[in-house]
Design a protein. Structure first.
Length: 97
């Protein structure tokens, strides 16, 4: 069963500019991918319980034990740059032009 996907809409959402040739190629490729994904529903898996991980996992957390934290000087000891009692970092917000 062919799957209809609005590739132009998906490209706009992703803010990706595509040529007409790319739109057609990706439409075909995505349709094939979705058809293969649909075939997964054909697997007889009623007796298989849903899982989040294929291998059973044990709890790997250590016990939560309170302890003293770092002091200010110890926390700032390896800081590449500091300003008083604070880490100094480059600005990440651009100034409006």
């Amino acid at each position: 069963m062919p799957v209809e996907i609005d590739i132009e809409h998906v490209a706009r959402l992703a803010r990706v500019g595509l040529t007409p040739e790319e739109l057609e190629r990706f439409r075909e490729q995505l349709g094939v991918i979705l058809e293969h994904a649909e075939r997964v529903t054909e697997v007889a898996a009623e007796a298989v319980p849903p899982t989040a991980h294929p291998i059973p996992m044990a709890n790997v957390f250590r016990p939560d034990e309170p302890r003293d934290g770092l002091g200010r000087d110890e926390a700032l000891a390896n800081a590449p740059d500091r300003e008083g009692d604070f880490f100094k970092v480059p600005p990440i917000v651009e100034e409006p032009e």
